[in-house]
Design a protein around this ligand. Structure first.
Ligand code: CMC
Length: 427
């Protein structure tokens, strides 16, 4: 007989089955809890709640393991390129040469963005935060691609996916170019997927685009490391918005907004601003360590801590090495990197951080590489969104193919009991 958990409540006993994943994680299946017992559960921040069964990403926070579709993040970051990883995440298997070539060619055919979209971009002030612009433009894309996706048709699904993988990088590039006051640029079909994104972002009007292998390899690696992270805040947002059968683009736009926050994807911008502030303040890392530990001070050491990783974030290890390599290869000596390393060393020896299992996360060193690649600080979270796009798509597709019910949590009401209305003159 399979495992179960027995709950005793008001003299009655109720059995709930245990669900076991392929990596032997176990969860109590409480689907019948309310109908059987009248009880619900309460779990703010969903720290103990599994929202779905998923076959996309496995992570073990205690052991510091992260795998996409079974492949380790270390191996993918070293050997794969971003487009291969996108295909893997979305369709479940690494593509062979023909599949990859077709995927890329289908994406290229969809890479135009309606010229009318430029008018919408024009309406934003230059000072607008790129994440707000990106989220709005992604929503606006719906108006230019209004047909809803028939999720029972593999063909329809495939075309929606290819369309967004083609158009989203154009929006990312336009967001940056608007900020910098550069004319909007289009891609070049002769370039690789990531190389083309780089070209669309940085090509200067008066010069031919010159690709730099160090830069493209670093970008590929960063995008791969950010590509999926199971049921995090933005991914859960994408799934829950999509669960109402809102379309793919609408779900993605909501995911971008969720990612923007400094406790999530916005941390990469916050880390760099923090490191710059420490540098401007004389580089006194101890002062900021003390602030981070002071419970009366809202300051947190940005880029430290993670909801799931309580040992180390495997992505941070890869990025730390990459930051050293990229800066070295590009001949950049950035004092910010030294401050980051100093902070990390102090934190890893400090009982406050050790006891709470707070380690550098993916965002701690990524901003240093983005900065070395010439990407403005306000664009860092946009780069995260670009990397996370295939993960969001994969999770949305899985949720729709599994025909998951609409996401609708319950609550425990703690407000006033019933009371009678009091006329405004008598209050
Ligand atoms: N600096 C100082 N103290 C911290 C930090 C930090 N960065 N992170 C957590 N703590 C403390 C927190 O005050 C609490 O202390 P106590 O037990 O005394 O009340 C304890 O550690 C547990 O923190 P928590 O907020 O309950 O943990 P959580 O799992 O809810 O939050 C987190 C995880 C990532 C939101 C949090 O660690 C944090 O705010 N980190 C800084 C922001 C950041 O780097 N975010 C990027 C996350 S990785 C990329 C991504 O998800 O997008």
């Amino acid at each position: 007989m399979s495992d179960k958990v027995t709950l005793e409540f008001k003299g009655n006993k109720y059995d709930f089955p245990i669900v076991e994943g392929t990596e032997k994680e176990q969860a109590i299946d409480i689907k019948t809890l309310r109908s059987a017992t009248g009880l619900t559960t309460i779990d703010p921040g969903y720290k103990n709640t599994g929202s779905c069964e998923s076959a996309i990403t496995f992570l073990d926070g205690e052991k510091g393991i992260l795998r996409y579709r079974g492949y380790s993040i270390e191996e993918l970051a070293e050997k794969a390129d971003f487009l291969e990883v996108a295909y893997l995440l979305i369709f479940g298997e690494l593509p062979n040469k023909d599949q990859l070539a077709k995927f890329h060619s289908d994406i290229k055919k969809e890479s135009h963005v309606d010229e009318e979209m430029k008018k919408i971009l024009d309406g934003f002030p230059k000072s607008a935060h790129p994440m707000g612009v990106l989220s709005s433009l992604t929503s606006a894309l719906i108006a230019f691609n209004p047909s809803s996706v028939n999720v029972t048709s593999e063909n329809d699904m495939y075309h929606a996916i290819v369309r967004i993988l083609a158009k989203f990088p154009v929006l990312v590039a336009w967001t940056l170019r608007k900020k910098k006051g550069l004319p909007l640029d289009y891609g070049d079909d002769s370039l690789g997927y990531v190389e083309n994104i780089h070209k669309m972002m940085f090509k200067r009007p008066s010069e031919d685009y010159k690709s730099n292998k160090i830069v493209i390899d670093a970008l590929d690696k960063l995008l791969i490391l950010h590509a999926d992270h199971e049921q995090n805040c933005s991914t859960s947002t994408v799934r829950i918005v999509g669960s109402s059968h809102a379309g793919l683009f609408a779900s993605l736009s909501a995911g971008i907004s969720a990612l923007w926050g400094p406790l999530h994807g916005g941390a990469n911008q916050a880390v760099l601003e923090m490191l710059e502030a420490i540098e401007a303040d004389g580089g006194d890392t101890k002062k900021y360590m003390a602030k981070a530990k002071d419970k009366n001070d809202p300051f947190r050491l940005m880029g430290f801590g993670h909801r799931v990783y309580k040992n180390f974030d495997p992505r941070a290890k890869i990025i730390k090495v990459a930051a050293d390599e990229v800066l070295n290869d590009l001949g950049i000596d950035d004092p910010i990197l030294d401050i980051a390393k100093g902070l990390e060393k102090e934190a890893l020896e400090d009982p406050y951080f050790v006891d709470r299992k707070l380690y550098p996360n993916v965002d701690f060193y990524s901003g240093i590489i983005y900065r070395a690649l010439g990407i403005p600080t306000e664009m860092f979270t946009v780069m995260f969104a670009l990397g996370r796009l295939p993960g969001w798509i994969a999770q949305w597709r899985e949720m729709r193919l599994n025909n998951e019910p609409i996401g609708r949590p319950r609550q425990v009401y703690v407000g006033e009991n019933h009371r009678s209305f009091v006329d405004v003159n008598k209050r």
